[in-house]
Design a binder for this molecule. Sequence first.
Ligand code: FPP
Length: 252
Amino acid sequence: MAFFTSATESIPVNTAVPQHIAVIMDGNGRWAKKRFLPRVAGHKRGMDAVLELVKTCVSLNIGYLTLFAFSSENWRRPADEVSFLMSLFIQGLKREVKKLHENNIKLILIGDRTRFNAELIAQIELSEKLTAHNTGLTLSIAANYGGRWDILQAVNKLHMASPELAGAYQEEHLTPHLAMHYAPEPDLFIRTGGESRISNFLLWQLAYTELYFTDTLWPDFDEEALHLALTSYQKRERRFGRTGEQLSPANT
Ligand code: FPP
């Protein structure tokens, strides 16, 4: 299967439903605060919203869903919140992996997993192995991920693999070494929680992605909220650097 990359010459078909959606799930803490609950209650409800979104993506036949669960910068949070998030990930994986597998979902973790505890690493490896041959939705969880980290680790891998090309590297040399080498670039990026930033998410891969920002807090992001994002996406004209006229069927 040939995937579109920014180096690709042809314009991809603009399907009504995006093939790949990437999400920054922001606003769990504020959702909890509004209800006089501890921040971790927001993360718990955030996990429910994740499961609902996965279900909806499966029913819409979306190929790839990528969720930013924990950034390289999130280690700066209070220690008890970090350890709650880690156990939420472990428990969530343990509880849901069978269901993911039954629904033909392939689970992949992207990010630097070396900093996670042994139990989480083992659970991630187990979940990836169990679902490795599934052919439905590919669910990528970005954890201890940063876009700059991704580009740098890809450059380092490329340099190790092809030192003879140093000084003449092309995009197509680098992309196989990026964390999401197995996926097309996201068509639609969604960030909840009211901030309009990319926050070091998929910096390379978002070059031509349609960006959608909403004030909805992550735990409230339900099927209806996704449909609003999809409606906005469907109204966009994706030009990939060309003029609007060049995109009309007579000129392609
Ligand atoms: C951002 O909200 C959310 C996070 C840093 C954690 C996201 C984690 C989940 C939704 C739990 C489950 C996820 C998976 C896929 C295992 P925030 O805490 O920054 O909210 P705030 O901006 O309102 O403080």
